[in-house]
Design a binder for this molecule. Structure first.
Ligand code: SF4
Length: 360
């Protein structure tokens, strides 16, 4: 029974960025917010990773949510609500009404709205009935206002000058758009008297956090500024390369506050669905060498028994030379309804995610 054995690692793996990112997620889940601040009892923290927009993906995302709103959000299930579904359930009336009378003009063809109505009905989050040729709808629950703040964290365990340069332009982009309430850089703690990250050329609006991944402690080296999420932002499309002969100007476009609000909620819905343990979805838990290790006695993180290390998602893929399918006997429980290759690992992680969603 190798695949589900939770075992305590005794050697320290060299910390890959991926492993560091998982530690940051775990730390945030346990300790957010950093420093001496605290979120109130009414606030719940949800952590996810590798989400964002088409142009920018954040490593770690922390959502600060209000507990009551999150409980009400749970009525709609663990799966995310995309913008079409939110349009329907967010505007559904308390009394039976023809859907075109109940919902605001969508700005796209009504057939897509009908599709969303049927999907919502299938998920049990909207009541529908037919009157002649007309579809009438009635809400099951009110879609709550559950999201308070979105915080983005970039993980760079080894923040040297070249890593800081690459990161600096990404953080400038984040600050200019103002989609997240705060942006942070998380880097590994060093023994230096002054953390080297403070000497790097990063935007002053970004906070700097030094994390000790083994014992999951963190220090705030630089506090972030709150970004103006309710005001128009600007998206940097192109910037001069800074060469001696380069006199060109950077190109920007404005970002509407309504677009930002919708995008924040879309990211939050995806974070709610996926959490940060979804790393397993892009790996090979159906490989006989795939293990989950309990590094702090609690956190389940991937470990490869063949390579003897914490493998990255890129390594743990269909092209891995050492891949061997798990023996069929490991997956027989519940097969073929609940079983399947790697299913037990996925179920364990999904169960941990569910525990972090009040009301689910
Ligand atoms: S890295 Fe390769 S050998 Fe290791 S668990 Fe993943 S697929 Fe299997």
């Amino acid at each position: 029974m190798v695949a589900l054995t939770l075992r305590r690692t005794v050697t320290r793996d060299p910390e890959s960025e991926f492993a560091f990112e998982l530690r940051t997620c775990r730390w945030a889940e346990l300790e957010w917010p950093p420093g001496n601040d605290s979120v109130g009892d009414d606030t719940v923290v949800i952590v996810a990773r590798q989400l964002g927009t088409k142009r920018r993906r954040w490593d770690t995302i922390v959502l600060e949510c209000n507990r009551d709103g999150l409980r009400q959000r749970a009525n709609f299930g663990l799966e995310r609500l995309d913008s079409d579904l939110r349009h329907v359930v967010g505007n559904a009336p308390g009394e039976w009404t023809y859907y075109r009378d109940a919902l605001p003009q969508p700005g796209y063809p009504w057939r897509y709205v009908r599709e969303a109505i049927h999907r919502a009905d299938d998920r049990g989050i909207l009541e529908t009935r037919k009157r002649g040729n007309r579809i009438e709808i009635r809400r099951e629950w009110t879609y709550p206002d559950w999201l308070e703040r979105v915080v983005a964290i970039e993980n760079k365990p080894d923040l040297d000058a070249s890593a800081a340069r690459a990161l600096g332009s990404q953080l400038e982009y984040d600050v200019a758009v103002g989609l997240a309430d705060e942006v942070w850089v998380a880097t590994r703690q060093t023994d230096e008297r002054v953390e080297p990250a403070l000497f790097e050329d990063l935007p002053v609006e970004a906070g700097i956090l030094t994390l000790e991944p083994d014992d999951l402690t963190a220090e705030v080296e630089w506090h972030p500024r709150s970004l103006a999420i309710d005001e128009p932002g600007s998206r940097i499309l192109d910037r001069p390369d800074g060469g001696e002969r380069d006199d060109s100007a950077a190109r920007f476009e404005y970002v509407d506050p309504d677009w930002k609000a919708a995008k924040r909620l879309a990211i939050a819905e995806r974070a709610y669905e996926r959490g940060w343990r979804s790393f397993v979805d892009t790996m090979r838990p159906d490989c006989r060498y795939f293990e989950l290790c309990a590094r702090d006695g609690v956190q389940a993180r991937p470990h490869c028994a063949a390579k003897g290390c914490s493998q990255t998602a890129a390594e743990c893929s269909g092209t891995c030379d050492e891949f061997e399918p798990e023996p069929p006997v490991w997956r027989t429980r519940g097969w073929p309804i609940e079983g399947g290759p790697g299913k037990r690992v996925q179920q364990l992680l999904a169960e941990r995610r569910r525990r972090r969603r009040p009301g689910v």
